[in-house]
Design a protein around this ligand. Structure first.
Ligand code: FAS
Ligand code: PHB
Length: 402
């Protein structure tokens, strides 16, 4: 068998989702070599419909990285959200509660497209459709990535490896058994998500708690609505014809006045399980895990993508200090620094989820009463509303974060 072709780089990055691509860009801007290896095709990753909300910090970083022009032109800047219950709306005004911070609606696939374009324009290595990725020598000073690409077996020697390959990737699985601790919560429901060719029926997102369960009216553009509703985790797409989907959304999102939800052709449907997951620590030897590869948050807080970006901001700064001046202090504390924000985000996502969803095992309605009390408190107290607002737009600092 032919010898595998081998080369080396400073940082081997597995995965070209938001985590891998932002890390690659941040390293490139510091003159640090990296190679990104992605299992899927470029077309697939640029079409994958996922997150939609960018925190202020993510928006600012996109601009600092020189990839924010299309986001600024096409993204929808929002200054608040609506909480809807008892068929009435309560506006949470982010700008008034957080010295002017807001969010931008800009699909994850658009972020991915912009970052891929910048990577290819910089002529930095990004290989799609790689196969059989495996890692070795993680506790050495020259960890190794083996993979197949274009029919050829290859080896990539690195100074460090960044595991940015998502929840189902290989990197976390490569860490020897017993070296990681896992924290898991599976929620007793999922989200049924649709993308509709219909102008949004609201200027800003509507998070709705109804007797039949949670519903969310989001969007992607003035022509595209993104909608979700809470469903059983074992729901099947084939049991939901378009008519039934719209009927459920109309029922849950109903408002006491003549507001109505505009329908349109459904161009994407999917069921996303609701789970919370954290692996600790987020590093092993010369492997650093980031994004969904090491944590999953329920999407109620719109945090998944933003948390992935927060991880790699820390990692890029740590690698810069180490390659530049040999200072490995931030690399040593990478996991501790990131986990403070990870757990703050887990708490906020859990808090939003229990406040807005119906729990199937809540026979005596005790949980529903607590959720209602919390909703009413958030809608009547500036202090409570500020808690939601500052977490939703993204905290600039968490605890004693460096
Ligand atoms: P990603 O999963 O995005 O990227 C990992 C990349 O690694 C993928 O491109 C994958 O193909 C690649 N990969 C995997 N295994 C590999 C291997 N062996 N070799 C090479 N490459 C490999 N978050 C929100 O905030 N709001 C939402 O509405 C929302 N909806 C979601 C819906 C779904 C179905 C899913 C799965 C997630 C959703 N999320 C949402 C969370 C999502 O946005 C993630 O937080 C975000 O994609 C995290 O980015 P990464 O960590 O880069 O992981
Ligand atoms: C989305 O637009 O996809 C979205 C918005 C807010 C969330 C989750 C998803 O909390």
């Amino acid at each position: 068998m032919a010898e595998p072709s081998s080369r080396r780089t400073q940082v081997g990055i597995v995965g070209a989702g938001p985590a891998g691509l932002v890390l690659g860009r941040l390293l490139d801007l510091q003159g640090i070599d990296s190679v990104i290896l992605e299992a899927r095709s470029r077309e697939y990753v640029e079409k994958r419909v996922r997150a939609g909300v960018l925190e202020q910090g993510t928006v600012d970083l996109m601009q600092e990285m020189g990839v924010g022009d299309r986001m600024l032109a096409e993204g929808l800047v929002h200054h608040g959200i609506h909480l809807r219950f008892d068929r009435r709306d309560h506006h949470i005004a982010f700008d008034e509660l957080t010295d002017g911070r807001g969010i931008t609606i800009y699909g994850q696939q658009e972020v991915v497209k912009d970052l891929i374009a910048a990577r290819l324009e910089a002529d930095a290595p990004l290989h799609f459709e790689v196969e059989e990725v495996s890692l070795a020598d993680l506790d050495s000073e020259q960890p190794l990535i083996r993979y197949r690409h274009e029919g050829e077996q290859r080896e990539l020697r690195c100074d460090v490896i960044a595991g940015c390959d998502g929840f189902h990737g290989v990197c976390r699985e490569t860490v020897p058994e017993g070296a990681l601790r896992f924290h898991v919560r599976d929620y007793p429901f999922a989200w049924f998500g649709v993308l509709a060719e219909a102008p949004p029926s609201t200027e800003e997102l509507i998070y709705c708690s109804s007797e039949r369960g949670f519903a969310l009216h989001s969007m992607r553009s003035p022509q595209l609505s993104r909608l979700y509703f809470q469903c059983d985790p074992d729901e099947k797409l084939e049991d939901w014809p378009d008519e039934r989907i719209w009927e459920e959304l109309h029922t849950r999102l109903e408002r006491e006045d003549d507001w109505s939800l505009t329908e349109g052709p459904l161009v994407e449907k999917g069921i996303t399980p609701m789970r919370a997951f954290v692996a600790e620590p987020m590093q092993y030897g010369r492997l650093y895990l980031a994004g969904d590869a090491v944590h999953i948050v329920p999407p109620t807080g719109a945090k998944g993508l933003n948390l992935a970006v927060s991880d790699v901001r820390v990692l890029a700064e740590a690698l810069g200090r180490w390659f530049e001046g040999g200072d490995d202090s931030l690399l040593e504390s990478y996991s501790d620094v990131c986990l403070r924000r990870v757990w703050r985000t887990q708490h906020f996502s859990w808090w939003m989820t229990w406040m807005l969803h119906r729990f199937p095992d809540d026979e005596d309605g005790f949980q529903a009463k607590l959720s209602r009390a919390q909703l009413e408190y958030v809608c009547s107290s500036k202090a409570a509303a500020t808690t939601l607002a500052e977490n939703y737009v993204g905290l600039s600092q968490v605890g004693s974060e460096a």
